[in-house]
Every structure is written in structure tokens, then in C-alpha cells.
Design a protein around this ligand. Structure first.
Ligand code: PGA
Length: 251
């Protein structure tokens, strides 16, 4: 079965001291936690190594928030999948709506980034989500299907099995307006059926699909009880150890 996975996305919100304090706090508290949930946090790039050092000996994985798709070379400012792999990063968020919105990550760029992660066996956490406008037009499912096909078409089932997908409706991110669990489950079900049709039943059954968008300790259980929701990508509520670990212990 699919092991639950909760990932904290610290975005560009914490400085070095705050990142280290949070990491140490998580490490201390997680020691007494009995949970089968897999746990990862994604600090800002300059803090990846110190945060990994602070979390050494704990079961918490460390991921990056982005990468560039190019192989190492003359790409000033870029951080490659190979470089992330070299420092021991466990996963990388790819195609977050903030990257798509503010940094021009198109569907093509997202497809290339996810292939770069696969090239070095870095776990890609690939994000999809519709805008408020698309939702109000009743076009959520068509839009999400389009994004998924753009990212995954051309991969083989073995590669797709190595992915984690995340459904993150843009209107729910950082707004406190979390999706209704029924609505989220409908999109997760659609995502899984696309995996089944495009790849295989086995692939569809094994890929973890996370929900993201104003997840809190108060609403996490209502998502996790749904069949096709396998965990959460958490922004705001991951910035404090207390709320993040309450989410991890959703039962
Ligand atoms: P939020 O962010 O939990 O603050 O809504 C989620 C995300 O952007 O991954």
C-alpha cells in the first residue's frame, strides 16, 4: 500500500537561524512520535546543507523547492538535479504554482525539470492545480488533465512509479480556503485514472498523490480518510514544529 507522506514547503519565508531552530525542534519532537508517515521538509537552497546536518539521525528527509533542468554547465544561478543529488537531497518540488506564476515555469519547463530529477534518481514531487477562474468556469478537470499529460506523456510506467504528484488548487494556497475534501478527492481520483489509462493499473495504484492548499491540523484528517489522498504538501502550517507534527499525526 501507499505510505502516507507529508512534506513541509518552507518557501522563501525563513532565514538561516529560523530554519535551523525549526529543524532542531522537529528532530527533538519527532523522536517521541510513533507514526508510519514519511516526513520531509524543503528549506531554501542555501540552507539545504545546514538543515540536513541539523536533522542528521532523524527520519526527516530534506528536499529542494526547485531545480533547473539543464545538466551541469554554464547556467549562472541555476542549481542542477546532479548538484542536489550530490549533497544528498531526498526530493525536489517541481512545477509549484508559485514557480509557474512568478518565474515563468511553463508546462514544457515542468516536464524537463521532472525528467532532470528522474535522471539522477531524485524523487520529483510534481504539482498541478487550477486557478480560481478555471474552477468557476467548471473547467478544473480538463485543466488538470492537460497539465498532467503535458508533464508525464512520454515517460514509461517504471519512471512514473518514481513520482509523487500533488494536487494544489491555486485558490487554496495560503488563503485559508482549503478545498472541500469531496472536491479534492474527485480531482485525485481523476489524476489516478489518468495514470491508469496512460500507464498501467499497477502504476496508478502505487503513485502517491498529495493534497496541498491551506492544510492544517484541523482539516488534515478529512483529507487523509479519502481513498486517493495519500498525504499533504504543507506551506504555512509547516513553519512551526507543533502544527506540522500534528498534521503528521493525522490519526
Ligand atoms: P499553504 O501552501 O499550506 O500555505 O496553503 C501550500 C503550498 O504552497 O505548497
Amino acid at each position: 500500500m501507499r505510505r502516507p507522506l507529508v512534506i513541509g514547503n518552507w518557501k522563501m519565508k525563513l532565514g538561516l537561524a529560523q530554519s535551523l531552530n525549526l529543524a532542531r525542534d522537529l528532530k527533538r519532537r519527532v523522536a517521541s512520535l510513533h507514526s508510519e508517515t514519511e516526513l520531509m521538509v524543503c528549506p531554501s537552497t542555501p540552507f539545504l546543507l545546514p538543515v540536513m546536518e541539523a536533522l542528521q539521525g532523524s527520519p526527516i528527509g530534506v528536499g529542494a523547492q526547485d531545480l533547473v533542468s539543464q545538466e551541469p554547465g554554464a547556467f549562472t544561478g541555476g542549481v542542477s538535479a546532479e548538484q542536489l543529488r550530490e549533497v544528498g537531497v531526498s526530493c525536489c518540488i517541481i512545477g509549484h504554482s508559485e514557480r509557474r506564476q512568478f518565474f515563468g515555469d511553463t508546462d514544457e519547463v515542468v516536464a524537463a525539470k521532472l525528467r532532470a530529477a528522474l535522471r539522477v534518481d531524485l524523487l520529483p514531487v510534481v504539482c498541478f492545480g487550477e486557478s480560481e477562474e478555471t474552477r468557476l468556469q467548471g473547467k478544473t478537470e480538463t485543466f488538470i488533465a492537460g497539465q498532467i499529460h503535458a508533464a508525464l506523456d512520454g515517460l514509461d510506467p517504471v519512471q512514473v512509479k518514481q513520482l509523487v504528484l500533488a494536487y494544489e488548487p491555486i485558490w487554496a494556497i495560503g488563503t485559508g480556503k482549503s478545498a472541500m475534501p469531496d472536491d479534492a478527492e474527485a480531482v485525485h481520483g481523476l489524476m489516478r485514472s489518468i495514470l491508469q489509462e496512460s500507464f498501467s493499473t499497477e502504476t496508478a495504484a502505487s503513485v502517491r498523490i498529495l493534497y496541498g492548499g491551506s492544510v492544517t491540523p484541523a482539516n488534515i484528517a478529512s483529507y487523509m480518510e479519502r481513498e486517493d489522498i495519500d498525504g499533504a504538501l504543507v506551506g504555512g502550517a509547516s513553519l512551526e514544529a507543533e502544527s506540522f507534527l500534528q498534521i503528521v499525526q493525522f490519526r
